[in-house]
Design a protein around this ligand. Structure first.
Ligand SMILES: Cc1ncc(COP(=O)(O)O)c(C=O)c1O
Length: 426
């Protein structure tokens, strides 16, 4: 059985237009990396840039580098490279801070828009104030935590509602100020319909924020065509920017005039080096900056993004769907799906680039896989998560991973004490 799966994989790899891109990554030999949805691997270009930034720019050129190597312009430069991946204009995206921090900025910006609309219309329409922020149940915790903090600040006047992922549109009404959603669920991989939900929310006057952490770099989207208001995304997953790489913010140009974000730091000032007392927000996306950019990290992300040049995102999406389908097919053929229950959608058109399986021993199974060179990850309480990054995962990798998993499940090696030890980061 496994031999015929290897044959199918060979055929699929031979016809894969992305197959040569893996060579741009410095992946360890003998490792199959199914965790790019958590931390992408380093590219050769990113490694070279890291050396250059530290040994040339920082060591030799020191402070001159802010101008000489355009350190100061990196947030926009990186934003402009990310823009085509999400169907945005280059001046609608900026790289900065983390998703968590950027969500805080965006929630305030979105609420400020609603307050302004309310104030403008109040005299003649007597509109009711909008009092709800809505998000999905099972959203990544930080999104909810940040919203909880915002709601607490607006004590008594706002509530945060968690609604089921399949009932989002039905839950909306004229009392909703902001809808904040993650496009691809971090655990199950369930993918929401950005175009449809945004349109339905807009019909009710709601401002929508999308978290694209598990989207950017693996699923093409079109912020311009779909009228997206605001979005955030991650630099360290499918964009391969390295641990703690800066995140990004997208804001549609139509909102730039009235942008108000609460972290009014000096880098977001219209003239940071005028050192004036009064804060005057910079133009457009610049207003989203707060403090000094993390230049080393930002430079590495900048170099890592070059792997996407010349890559068709439609090809990436096609392969991502094929990889998840093929993995399920291999697991079915090996009889693994009876024991490892797949909680990702069956339909690949609503599935991101990952598969999730529940098992009481999910953590230990994951550790046993890692020991055999197949890196997956675990999400509490009982989910084994496999991520499929089409730029460096091959169909052959899938069969090999499934073969390893089959051995582990059959021999129950995961019951070994060594695989039960929980580390600080699971
Ligand atoms: C959907 C989602 N949002 C946000 C985050 C965390 O973002 P950050 O660490 O940049 O704040 C993650 C991390 O995995 C995530 O999966």
């Amino acid at each position: 059985m496994i031999a015929s799966l290897y044959q199918q994989a060979e055929q699929l790899d031979a016809h894969d237009p992305l197959r040569d891109i893996k060579a741009q990554f410095a992946l360890p030999d003998d490792m199959i990396y199914l965790d790019g949805n958590s931390l992408g691997p380093v590219t050769h270009a990113a490694k070279e840039r890291a050396h250059e930034v530290v040994e040339q720019q920082w060591q030799t050129d020191l402070i001159k580098s802010w101008n000489q190597h355009n350190w100061i312009g990196l947030p926009q430069q990186v934003g402009a490279k990310i823009a085509p991946l999400i169907g945005a204009h280059p001046d609608e995206v900026i790289a900065c801070d983390s998703i968590s921090v950027n969500l805080y900025k965006l929630l305030y910006a979105a609420l400020a828009i609603q307050t302004q609309r309310f104030n403008e219309q109040f005299e003649h329409l007597s509109m009711a104030r909008r009092t709800r922020i809505v998000t999905q149940q099972g959203n990544f915790p930080t999104d909810g935590y940040i919203a909880q903090g915002v709601v607490e600040h607006y004590a008594q006047t706002l509530t945060l509602d968690y609604v089921a992922e399949d009932a989002i549109v039905e839950s909306l009404g004229l009392d909703v100020a902001v809808l904040m959603l993650t496009h691809v669920n971090y655990k199950t991989g369930y993918m929401l319909d950005i175009a449809y939900i945004t349109q339905q929310a807009h019909a009710l006057g709601i401002v929508v924020i999308w978290d694209l952490a598990h989207t950017t770099g693996v699923i093409p989207i079109d912020c311009t065509l779909w009228n997206v208001d605001f979005a955030v995304g991650c630099g360290y997953k499918y964009l391969n920017g390295g641990p703690g790489a800066p995140a990004f913010v997208y804001a549609a140009a139509r909102h730039h005039e009235q942008l108000k974000q609460p972290l009014s730091g000096w880098m977001g000032h219209a003239q940071p080096f005028a050192f004036t007392q009064e804060y005057i927000a910079g133009q457009g996306m610049l207003a989203f900056l707060c403090g000094t950019p993390a230049v080393i990290s930002m430079s590495i992300l900048d170099a890592a993004l070059d792997v996407f040049s010349g890559v068709e995102m439609q090809d990436v999406r096609y392969k991502s769907a094929q990889l998840t389908r093929f993995c399920l097919l291999c697991m079915e053929a090996q009889g693994l799906l009876a024991e490892l229950e797949c909680i990702s959608p069956d339909d690949s058109s609503v599935r991101g680039s990952q598969l999730a399986f529940t098992h009481t021993q999910a953590y230990a199974i994951c550790q046993a896989m890692i020991e055999k060179g197949v890196v997956a990850d675990f999400r509490a309480p009982n989910v084994l998560r496999l991520g499929f990054a089409p730029l460096y995962v091959s169909y052959h990798d899938i069969v090999r991973s499934v073969a390893v998993l089959t051995d582990i499940m059959q021999a129950q090696t995961y019951l070994d004490d060594v695989f039960q030890v929980k580390h600080a980061v699971t």
